[in-house]
Design a binder for this molecule. Structure first.
Ligand SMILES: [Zn+2]
Length: 141
């Protein structure tokens, strides 16, 4: 497994993502919904990898659109770091590729339009594509 790090700008949200393949094999998905466009977010995940978020203090949680996914941003430096969704009791997540330390090694972004999918299609897609069983570890100052 290929362990990579990333997070927000000030360090309150820091993650370790493990990828099954070299970073050059991954194509971030630039979502065309209004929220992601305003952030310039492109999403990255590996269903065969793993993701742990180390959280110092609180994250800012936000739901929009169909409300099925929850976006996590830093309440201090305002960087949008990841998105999560609960499917059948498991937390799935994707990271904003722009928050990865080695983002320049990824393949080029491709457009994605999850807003065109029905609610059940989204859940099915995310549970197949996103990091499975994402964990949050709370870290004290
Ligand atoms: Zn921050």
């Amino acid at each position: 497994m290929n362990a990579r790090h990333g997070g927000c700008h000030c360090g309150r949200l820091a993650y370790e993502a493990r990828f099954a393949k070299p970073l050059t094999d991954y194509t971030p998905r630039a979502c065309d919904c209004g929220f992601c466009r305003k952030h310039g977010a492109a999403w990255l995940s590996d269903a065969g990898g793993s993701l742990v978020l180390r959280l110092r203090g609180d994250a800012l949680f936000y739901r929009q659109g169909s409300g099925q996914a929850e976006f996590l941003a830093c309440p201090h430096c305002a960087v949008l770091v990841m998105v999560t969704a609960e499917v059948a009791g498991m937390t799935y997540a994707a990271i904003n590729a722009r928050t990865l330390d080695d983002a320049d090694r990824l393949a080029g972004e491709q457009p994605a339009s999850p807003q065109k999918l029905a609610a059940t299609e989204k859940m099915e897609r995310w549970s197949q594509l996103w990091f499975a069983d994402m964990k949050i570890v709370h870290v004290d100052d």
